[in-house]
Design a protein around this ligand. Sequence first.
Ligand code: AMP
Length: 115
Amino acid sequence: MIEKTLFQKISDREIPASIVYEDDLCLCFKDINPQAPIHLLIVPKKPIVRICQAEVEDAQTLGHLLLTAKKVAEQEGFAETGFRTVINNGKHGGEEVPHLHLHILAGRQMNWPPG
Ligand code: AMP
């Protein structure tokens, strides 16, 4: 049997997390090591490893993650002030958890370029 990813264990309530939104396709919870006053992760329930491992059949799920960012921003009250989305892919992207996730950073002015 294939080992569950960290984020699958959170989705299955085997590891605690502060969950702010959930539907059939994805889960959104607070990052354990926040890099901004608001730092959320949106994770597909399907364990797509990273963007470079996504397939054409994942197109609906990938689009759903972005629409969920909009929904969560409205729900949590930072849609007006704005936010940043980040997806780290692979070594140079700074990816640490091999289960696709969208970072949502909000609550302060973001800088560019990122580090
Ligand atoms: P990345 O570097 O893009 O793979 O991001 C992984 C993110 O997962 C980091 O921002 C971590 O702080 C976050 N993280 C790791 N473990 C947990 C956890 N148990 N609950 C919530 N966030 C986590």
